[in-house]
Design a protein around this ligand. Structure first.
Ligand SMILES: NC(=O)c1ccc[n+]([C@@H]2O[C@H](COP(=O)([O-])OP(=O)(O)OC[C@H]3O[C@@H](n4cnc5c(N)ncnc54)[C@H](OP(=O)(O)O)[C@@H]3O)[C@@H](O)[C@H]2O)c1
Length: 424
């Protein structure tokens, strides 16, 4: 949680700086601007070419009377956080300020990051070890839930990710739509990964191809991405039958030996190998993940060509696993799937499989990527989907896996628990 050293930032991340500029400057009302509150040392460490921060009201906290700031409409000096918030809540600022951001440094964040008036924390988590002399407190995960966490990105040799945490809101008993996250800047609000799914169903019902008999609408070719590092993508705008998800994946693990007969490996001479011995795809996959993290063909096929002869073929699923940086990611391909119930269920099921396999292989779960051939909805469900599209997503839950379990065959449903917040 280091913030700086010798009044400077110990890293050079232009994309992070751009995010900081965008999130603190942009407003939804063009007539308004945001306020940025900072400690005196942060003010003094801001490079002269961007000091005061342009397009924002700069509020500087100091207990000293001697701060030498020339008269500037963009700067306000206050002797305490309380007086700063009082001034901002009164006219004329109450009419012209949209949001208030506390920038730091350490003194301010220690006092206010976990305070009740703080709705959200935007934290760029930088994966390096460098000396620092100013520190922020840890995010109290009993108070905050992750809203969005980007997959890690590399810049100037440094790995980092963007994260937004929102203050936990307990649903009011009997209340309707009690959890609203309108206070987030639009550019952050829209980063919630559930919007990937909502855009998919919106696209199917608005632009889908109608089947000949008029019963379904479908779109061909889509991809969604979910980050499993901090949260678990159990969609929040739709009820997903979690116990069913768990049962499906535990069943897939138990039955993996029954999928041995044929699969997509037939073409490269693997059928002899499959026929010659009892073969568990899941066990084979786990061995490959543990033994050879550079294997780029770690596949699981839940697609039995014999089933294609049935009148209702199952949704064909092919999963590929990938290990890098101590993380396990999974991409699945599904040829045809119902988007209203089937897609949310599949997202949860294969994310769960990825998390379980990562757990037994001592890896961190990374990304889950869902590639869909045909996504379709029944025309009878269009009205229900339109209603669903009016609902705002809520923070995803956190998956807790029983740490005692290390063998994939030994998992039971009680070993997998979804929490709305991380336990201390
Ligand atoms: N990584 C980031 O995102 C980030 C963000 C901001 C800053 N930084 C880094 O953090 C470092 C500076 O932070 P810092 O922790 O050393 O100092 P700081 O918090 O910026 O400034 C401390 C000073 O602010 C004033 N102050 C703090 N709390 C106050 C309060 N409640 N009421 C009135 N005055 C208050 C006092 O000024 P007086 O002594 O004048 O009374 C205090 O000495 C720099 O290295 C900077 O680059 C990093």
């Amino acid at each position: 949680m280091g913030l700086g050293l010798d009044l400077k930032l110990p890293w050079d991340l232009p994309t992070d700086f751009q995010f900081f500029q965008d999130v603190t400057t942009k407003t939804s009302d063009p007539q308004k601007r945001n306020a940025t509150i900072m400690g005196r040392k942060t003010w003094e460490s801001t490079p002269p070419e961007i000091c005061p921060l342009p397009g924002r009201l700069n509020v500087v906290l100091t207990k000293a009377n001697s701060l030498n700031i020339s008269n500037d409409d963009n700067v306000l000096v206050c002797s305490s956080m309380e007086s700063a918030l009082e001034i901002l809540a009164a006219e004329p600022y109450s009419m012209s300020i949209e949001r208030v951001f506390v920038l730091g440094g350490g003194d301010l964040l220690r006092d206010y990051m976990n305070a009740p008036s703080c709705d959200a924390i935007h934290l760029t988590e930088i994966d390096i070890s460098v000396p620092c002399d100013s520190f922020a407190p840890r995010v109290d995960t009993c108070l905050y839930r992750p809203w969005y966490s980007s997959s890690p990105t590399m810049e100037n040799g440094t790995r980092y990710s963007f994260n937004t945490y929102v203050r936990r809101k307990d649903p009011v008993v009997g209340g309707v739509g009690t959890e609203e996250y309108w206070f987030l800047p639009k550019m952050v609000f829209e980063r919630h990964e559930e919007f990937g799914y909502l855009n998919l169903i919106q696209n199917v019902i608005s632009n889908g191809d109608m089947s000949d008999n008029g019963t379904t609408l479908s779109k061909f070719g889509s991809q969604m991405r979910f980050n499993l590092r901090k949260t678990f993508p159990l969609l929040s705008t739709k009820k997903v039958f979690w116990l069913g998800v768990v049962e499906e994946i535990l069943q897939l693990i138990r039955c993996s030996t029954n999928l041995k007969k044929k699969g997509m490996w037939d073409n490269d001479g693997a059928s002899e190998y499959l026929d010659s011995q009892e073969f568990s795809q899941v066990a084979d996959m786990i061995n490959k993940i543990k033994d050879s993290t550079n294997d780029r063909k770690i596949m699981l096929s839940a697609c039995n060509p014999l089933d294609l002869k049935l009148s209702i073929p199952p949704c064909q699923t092919l999963a590929q696993f990938y290990v890098a940086n101590g993380e396990l990611s999974c991409q699945i391909y599904q040829s045809s799937i119902e988007a209203s119930l089937g897609v949310p269920f599949s997202i949860a099921a294969y994310s769960l499989l990825t998390c379980i396999i990562a757990h037994v292989c001592d890896l961190v779960a990374g990304d889950f990527i869902h590639v869909i051939g045909e996504a379709y909805v029944n025309t009878a469900d269009v009205k229900t989907i339109q209603k669903q599209l009016q609902i705002s997503p809520k923070p995803f839950p956190i998956l807790k896996i029983n740490p005692e379990k290390t063998k994939i065959e030994s998992f039971e449903d009680s070993d997998l628990e979804l929490l709305l917040h991380k336990e201390r």
